[in-house]
Design a protein around this ligand. Sequence first.
Ligand SMILES: Nc1nc2c(ncn2[C@@H]2O[C@H](COP(=O)(O)OP(=O)(O)O)[C@@H](O)[C@H]2O)c(=O)[nH]1
Ligand SMILES: [Mg+2]
Length: 289
Amino acid sequence: MKSGFVNIFGKPNAGKSTLLNALMGEKMAIVSHKVQTTRHRIKAILTNKDYQIIFSDTPGIINPKYKLHEKMMQAVKSSLEDADVALLIADAKENVQENDAIFKSLHLKAPVIVILNKADTVKDEAVLKEAIAFFKSQPYCKEVLVISALKKTGIENLLQHILQYLPEGQPFYDGEDMSDMPTKFFVSEIIREKVFQLFQEELPYHTTVLVQEFKEKNTLIKISADVIVQRETQKGIIIGEGGKMIKQLGTLARKDIEVFLGSKVFLELFVKVRPKWRDSDLFLKEYGY
Ligand SMILES: Nc1nc2c(ncn2[C@@H]2O[C@H](COP(=O)(O)OP(=O)(O)O)[C@@H](O)[C@H]2O)c(=O)[nH]1
Ligand SMILES: [Mg+2]
């Protein structure tokens, strides 16, 4: 039996969360076209009779500007430490030097597979060839694979390559478990994803979500969650005219939560203002960061 930690790193928006979902065949991590959507290390456990792989999605690598960012980079750091295999993912169209500088700065000891993602968007084959050759010649890199996480091409091949580097060992987790995070966490993430989808510019970055109540009743699950923002004006935007926006947020989130839980859901949302929560150790702790 093979068993180990396979951790995913890269710049914001490279497709880390999309890749995690493709590897799992299930939506475990929220995705958006905006950078810095992922704030936690999200472990996803793939078990079958021959192996158990614990994949970790991580926040994109950035220079911290506020305390929440620092917590996000701590999530990256913990993943650097326990990786048995590291997947360094880059948008195949992007400048190789910038990605290379980030990859080098990680000083990984684990075997590294460089992944060139978004192959579906590359028009010029020569660009791809050049990028492959460039990363192949880097001392930290064992091999380079080209995939499209969105179109799910090259995923099975990637899995086979990962297994080559994975150590022999007993499973770390119960075969039934898909993650080490509680259900409440995934529910709050789904709501947060809809905030990224519905609201523009800075608002999603000033917002977090905390599930306050999760009760299984006879025919449905009752969930209450707080949508937390930093300012009164932001609360107004989330609620919208006559409650229009929060209603839309609730409906979008409820539909996905129902699919995720396989149950009917009654979802109640409350908007709360917590000035500067992103810079408060106390609030960050309360909100699970
Ligand atoms: N065209 C294309 N888009 C992708 C691919 N993988 C991810 N994306 C998109 O890139 C954006 C960022 O993806 P996400 O997984 O959130 O990136 P992360 O910040 O690295 O976790 C989203 O809009 C994804 O749909 C891919 O293979 N092809
Ligand atoms: Mg992500």
